[in-house]
Design a protein around this ligand. Structure first.
Ligand code: NAD
Length: 485
């Protein structure tokens, strides 16, 4: 396999980091597939200075001119989709279909960003005789985006296209676990004609993030990752006087009612907890099984146990994470859970024995409040909590600190509506296992799944990535004017 080297993208060129390099291991094989290097604090400061100078020109371009570059980037990303998806799958452990889907979802956000020029026309009104007020949207300047390992292209593309369409320069700090995909994405934007410095890629972990937060030229920080780090980044950014939006982890519930359509519930729930090997913030983690739903659970189990590892379900990001998941399953069993499907027994695909694998696991009789019911495990593990009625299910859903997603499977409209009203999640689905809103609807949870105001994509994101300037105008002295003229 060809090894990929991902350096730091500073001022439009690839620069080796002065703080050393590290290798990247493929979760599928356990073999080194590339390396990246981490910039020194001096290099980070210089990169931000370059971005700051470049943004002045970019920020005053008419939005339609910026959109032309984004349109070119879309064509190049589509042209290179197979290459990008293959690299992404290799470094994150995803199946090739999942890697393709993640990129396409990122491109959908780019298409939304392309449309900002036509959608966001501001507003102007004559507020009193001879006086008008109007909104104008200004870029913030240089903004930063810090991203997790589990969607190496999609999550960055939640932020990058919108931020640059609005006239900002974007500094991207990718996950140190998936640093290779950024190399291809940055090259695509360079080829598309994005001016040097409008996209910067800086590798590393906490130290690089600290350097971004403490740099006064960075005006806003977007973050996606675990709740612990999201809270840290949000707090530090706010203390530094920056606008911050930090999306955190999740423990998502699915409420399953006996009258659910079995053809929707079986595959919908199974695919939700096994997709991306459970390593997504929208994955089903807890099934709140209300009343007699064993016929549905059989279908979920049948679908999950039929998955071919490597082809239909991907690998786990690291050996340590596989160990953690195995330990969590053991602990759940010790706490009284019954194993309906045991992923610990699953065999890795032939030829991939060195990779990090765990099969789909279903635990029944999980107790509310236990680790398997409350802690984000981030793997293909579904915990079933048995509930007497919908009220009990909603009480459990509400008791978990996270608030990303909740879905209900039922044929009863009013009961579904009750779940929509009472669930303490930012994104709710009806008969949909992964209720990710599609553009132009914004993505975002509540409670411990999001720190900050607004959303990171869609309509709600425009106010995060820009300033709305209010302009009041008067050109002539008016006769017969009122108190406001
Ligand atoms: P993570 O929190 O470990 O890392 C996220 C980013 O934070 C990475 O870029 C990492 O380098 C950086 N980082 C690590 N330590 C840091 C520190 N001390 N200070 C500042 N930055 C630091 O998350 P992960 O393991 O890469 O991703 C999985 C997590 O992300 C899960 O909890 C998942 O639920 C969450 N996630 C949430 C969403 C969402 O939309 N809410 C989407 C995707 C993933």
């Amino acid at each position: 396999m060809v090894k990929t080297t991902s350096l730091n993208f500073i001022g439009g060129t690839w620069v080796a980091g002065e703080r050393g390099s590290a290798i990247v291991i493929s979760p599928q094989t356990g073999v080194a597939i590339g390396e990246y290097s981490t910039p020194s604090l001096k290099q980070i400061a210089e990169a931000i200075d370059f971005a700051h100078r470049a943004q002045r020109e970019w920020g005053i371009l008419p939005p339609k001119d910026r959109a032309k570059v984004l349109f070119n980037a879309r064509q190049i990303l589509l042209r290179d989709a197979e290459k990008i998806s293959t690299l992404k799958a290799n470094e994150s452990g995803k199946t090739i279909e999942e890697a393709r889907a993640g990129l396409m979802k990122g491109i959908e956000v780019l298409e939304f960003a392309l449309a900002i020029q036509n959608l966001d026309l501001g507003g102007r009104l004559e507020v009193s005789k001879g006086v008008s007020c109007e909104y104008r949207r200004d870029p913030l300047g240089v903004v930063a985006g810090i991203t997790p390992f589990n969607f190496p292209a999609m999550v960055p593309m939640w932020m990058l296209p919108i931020a640059i369409a609005l006239g900002n320069a974007f500094v991207w700090k990718p996950s140190e676990k998936t640093p290779l995909t950024p190399w291809m994405i940055a090259n695509a934007f360079k080829e598309a004609g994005l001016p040097d410095g409008i996209l910067t890629v800086l590798h590393g972990s906490g130290e690089t993030v600290e350097a971004l937060i403490s740099n006064e030229k960075i005006k806003a920080v977007g973050f996606v990752g675990s709740t612990k780090i999201a809270k840290l980044v949000y707090t530090k950014s706010a203390l530094a006087g920056k606008r911050a939006l930090a999306l955190g982890g999740a423990k998502n519930h699915i409420v399953l009612l006996p009258d659910a359509n079995p053809d929707l519930a079986g595959p919908g729930i199974s695919d939700s907890f096994t997709g991306c090997a459970g390593q997504r913030c929208m994955a089903a983690a807890v099934l709140l099984a209300v009343g007699k739903v064993d016929q549905h659970i059989e279908k979920i189990k049948a679908r999950a146990s039929s998955l071919q590892m490597g082809k239909q379900m991907g690998a786990i990001i690291s050996r340590e994470q596989v160990e953690f998941l195995r330990g969590a399953i053991d602990r759940a069993v010790s706490a009284g859970a019954r194993v309906l499907l045991d992923g610990r027994q699953a065999k890795p695909p032939v030829g991939y024995e060195g990779g990090h694998w765990l099969g789909p696991t279903i635990l029944d009789q999980v107790q509310p409040g236990s680790e398997a019911a409350e802690v984000e495990l981030f793997g293909p593990v579904l915990s079933i909590v048995r509930c007497r009625d919908l009220s009990e299910a909603l009480k459990i859903e509400n008791s978990v600190p996270y608030g990303n997603a909740c879905s209900v499977f039922t044929s009863n409209g009013p009961l579904a509506d009750r779940v929509v009203r009472e669930a303490s999640s930012g994104m709710v689905g009806i008969n949909v296992g992964v209720p990710v809103p599609r553009e132009p609807f914004s993505f975002g949870g509540v409670n411990a799944s999001k720190f900050g105001h607004g959303d990171i994509t869609g309509h709600q994101s425009l106010d995060f990535w820009s300033n709305v300037k209010k302009v009041t105008v008067k050109w002539e002295v008016q006769t017969g004017s009122d108190w406001m003229s």
